[in-house]
Design a binder for this molecule. Sequence first.
Ligand SMILES: Nc1ncnc2c1ncn2[C@@H]1O[C@H](COP(=O)(O)OP(=O)(O)O)[C@@H](O)[C@H]1O
Ligand SMILES: [Mg+2]
Length: 501
Amino acid sequence: MPVISAADLEFAWPGGAGLSIDALSLIRGWTAVVGPNGAGKTTLLRLLAGELTPHAGTVRRPPGLRVAVCPQRVDALDGAIEAFAWAWDPPARRWRSQLALEVDDVARWAQLSPGERKRWQLGAALAAEPGLLLLDEPTNHLDADGRALLRAALARFEGVGLVVTHDRALMDGLAQRVLWVEGGGVQAYDGPYAAVQAQRAADRAQQVADLSAAQARRRALTAQLAQARRDRAGAGAARIARHRMRGPKDADARGVGAQRRAEKAEAAHGARAGRLRHAAQQATAAVQGHGLRAEVGGDVWLAEPPPAPPVLVRWQAPTLCAGDRVLATGVDLAVARDARIWLRGPNGAGKSTALRALLAQRPWPADRLLALPQHLPAEAAAQHLAALRQAPPAARDGVLQRLAALGVRPAQLLASVAPSPGEGRLLALADGLRRAPWLVALDEPTNHLALPTIERLEVALAQHGGALVLVTHDAALAARLTRTAWTMEGGRVQVSALGSP
Ligand SMILES: Nc1ncnc2c1ncn2[C@@H]1O[C@H](COP(=O)(O)OP(=O)(O)O)[C@@H](O)[C@H]1O
Ligand SMILES: [Mg+2]
């Protein structure tokens, strides 16, 4: 039985992106919300939560239903988090302790790491014990322990849950339904993600086969039609010639018979041409109305840089601090031009601080660096987009090509007034890939990115001949892309070799 439903919903952002939904109903349990970056997943959640008002249609929720949202961005300290921090009811206390949250930390929100903020957002949403729980990319920024804790907590939830996620581990164990957001619409499926994805791939393969069959039929009919028209014209010419060269005997029965046969042949060819023309029109309509959407995405490549110095960065720091906290001492490390480094440690270990300190020691120009920070503020993404709009054509094309290869629709992004977090990260990535970097330094690159996009990025990074420093909680990704681990623990940065990638 549907608990929440929507009908004839229309919503559009300035800039043109938006959603159009005929009917949607949500029931108890978890539904995964998936789709490319910028498709409208966050927009959908905000419509269902009542944060955005649709331009047409309605969302029906039972009166008194408690709704809690865990937003995708971690910038804002909202009232719900402050209330949660100071609440003494049992759920609030339980969630604070489970998520290892210190009440005083809320006062220094601006200094909290994105992972710490994400825990506060999740705690506030879960402690509200809502009937409708909307989570927008909840595992972004979380370390392995945080993710495991979250999975267990969500499995116990008994209301209606929607989770936007690109995290297979979370999706696979939890969600029995999928909402696929793409091309301005939302498609609902029953079944876990893996089954839905297989079904969609099969559907698409069938559509491709149907389209090529329709195209082949159109080609064959067009050729037959041309032949039928030539035959008719030939028969017509023969009849006229016979008529002109009419001799004295032609008035007799034999002559009249031949003339009739010629007329009949011409009429038959004409009728055949008419039938073929009709069939060819139908075949053309079938080809034009096939409904197969062009897929965005392809090979991503890094531009080839000029030769790099053998050692790109020498990082020496007697003490590495974040505010007044000492993260590590006695740091003396180097990044060779072909280094493949996994910088790792739990939430709060200081990986992002370390990465920034390392990059600050770089003695060469920014053109040769692709650095993606863990958290890209909305203003930074807007600035990237403004710069892209004004860039010289060659540079702009280089970025747009890579964006399309990564799975973003370039026209939609160029028209956007406020890029989504995923779009913002992809802009920064595409620009850096175009610049032919010596060093690619990525802080949690998979946050906010759709699964197919991550896969394409991984291929590009595997082919990159230069240096890579990767901060990620995705151990499988790190194992495939890196050879050396720099582990932040016990006040040191420990170096160790990983199995060959
Ligand atoms: N506040 C906003 N103002 C204008 N456009 C927006 C705003 N938020 C999102 N958009 C645009 O709407 C589209 C969908 O965004 P969003 O719902 O965040 O996508 P997703 O969550 O699927 O990545 C994007 O192209 C984005 O640029
Ligand atoms: Mg989003």
